[in-house]
Design a protein around this ligand. Sequence first.
Ligand code: SAH
Length: 224
Amino acid sequence: MSLLNPNSPLAGIGMTSQRTRDRMVQRLRKQGIKDEAVLDAMNAIPRHIFVDEALSIRAYEDVSLPIGYGQTISQPYIVARMTEILRGERPSMGRVLEIGTGCGYQTAVLSKLSQEVYSVERISPLLMKARANLRELRTRNVKVKHADGNYGLPDLAPFDGIMVTAGASHIPDELLNQMAVGGRMVIPVGAQEQALVLVEHLPDEYRQTRLEAVKFVPLLGGTS
Ligand code: SAH
């Protein structure tokens, strides 16, 4: 099924075509991703526009790739898995905060499954790239901001979902405080060994569940 106009440069050809995206989705299904809404979103979004042209033929492989400034675009499986965990079968995620925009790929996936997405990036030139990528896709429900994501976005809280896409040494209190009741957060936590942690803000507790091992670039402080 072709989801993009085949004559648009966004549609891609050969290794960046809709067929390649279809194959990526089939692979994600085999790897255990079950949430069809997540798979549909990833089928629709041209991942190759988020990487440098020289790397675009590798955009649909299940690997992370460099995006400059020492940062990476997460591998498709991790994007799918974190999105599936964050959704938790909710029909729409309402307002979502992402920490670590990078090139904006995960942001674009979240935009298909939420009412509004706010995404924070600490490296200014990366943020500008992400903004251009998201504009190319005509994404309308996303706002990206240059800030240190350790503090979240207190003026825009509470959020129904918070996704941190860089490895944290601990879960920042500021982010816990910005979760709506019923909200969910997924965050890679750990110094040497990182694991995904799901936090659910229940009426009377923050329930934490440790999930699979992962490898992310570190969540740093300050902006540049
Ligand atoms: N979401 C991206 C992943 C990008 S890698 C994707 O779709 O592939 C993680 C990003 O987190 C990097 O761009 C890095 O600069 C950013 N980052 C690290 N620490 C941060 C912080 N404190 N605040 C905001 N962004 C941060």
